[in-house]
Design a binder for this molecule. Structure first.
Ligand SMILES: O=C(O)c1cc(=O)[nH]c(=O)n1[C@@H]1O[C@H](COP(=O)(O)O)[C@@H](O)[C@H]1O
Length: 233
């Protein structure tokens, strides 16, 4: 793990999975200075999330735009370049070689870091088989992490249970970001490949993404603080 993420606060990304910018803003307000990095995903993006991203960046927060792009190269390259112009720090694309290469071109010359989504944390071997893949989760993540490195993007999204293997493939400079994080005893929901915050970091993750364990907690600020404490902050 790189020194740039040595501070526990730099390791926690809170997912703003809300139906409106005002609901997301309420959580950001509650969390105050305790959280500095937010993820805006599909739901919020179509509900005012891009304007909120600009506001957050203006307020000194970092923004991860989780669009999971996957399209023809020209479209992905242009969408990535447009995201880079918005000043967001991270952007996701699906980890297909053509898509990652296009995103690398779109981000080139900017500060935007592109992450390839290897295999979703809600998938297990059976889900991959049902989707027509011949390989299981571990082999698919291994392949895609290698392809992400080859494409020249910043790093990947993977499950915390894949983080040690992925760290070995990307090396110390690759960015390893893991959702599917659940503090001990927290509700698992639709996630299938999970670990605790401390386990994720110990396995080699630079940053963890946490949504419902904070957003749906009776006291989100206390939940965020407990996770930071677990991370040593
Ligand atoms: O790209 C992601 O962020 C992502 C990839 C993945 O494989 N699994 C995954 O859960 N995510 C996102 O991470 C967040 C996890 O949220 P919680 O399960 O509520 O903690 C959600 O916003 C998901 O969209």
């Amino acid at each position: 793990m790189s020194e740039a993420h040595a501070d526990a606060r730099d390791r926690l990304i809170v997912a703003l999975d809300f139906p409106s910018a005002s609901a997301a803003e309420a959580l950001v307000w509650q969390l105050g200075d305790v959280v500095s990095f937010y993820k805006i995903g599909l739901e919020l993006t179509v509900a005012g999330g891009l304007d909120l991203a600009a506001d957050l960046i203006g307020a000194g927060k970092k923004v991860f735009l989780d669009l999971k792009l996957h399209d023809i190269g020209n479209t992905v390259e242009r969408a990535t370049a447009a995201a880079a112009e918005r000043g967001v720090s991270l952007l996701t694309v699906h980890a297909y070689p053509q898509t990652m290469a296009a995103a690398a071109r779109g981000a080139s010359g900017s500060d935007l870091q592109v992450l390839g989504v290897t295999v979703l944390t809600s998938y297990d071997d059976g889900d991959l088989a049902a989707a027509g893949y011949g390989a299981g989760v571990t082999d698919t993540v291994r392949l895609r992490a290698g392809q992400a490195r080859q494409a020249g993007i910043a790093g990947v999204i993977c499950a915390p249970t894949d983080a040690a293997m992925v760290r070995g493939i990307l090396g110390p400079r690759g960015l390893v970001v893991t959702p599917g994080v659940r503090p001990r005893g927290a509700e698992v929901g639709d996630q299938k490949r999970i670990a605790t915050p401390a386990e994720a970091i110990a396995a080699g993750a630079d940053m963890i993404v946490v949504g419902r364990p904070i957003a749906a907690a009776p006291d989100p600020l206390a939940a965020a603080r407990a996770i930071l404490e677990e991370l040593g902050g």
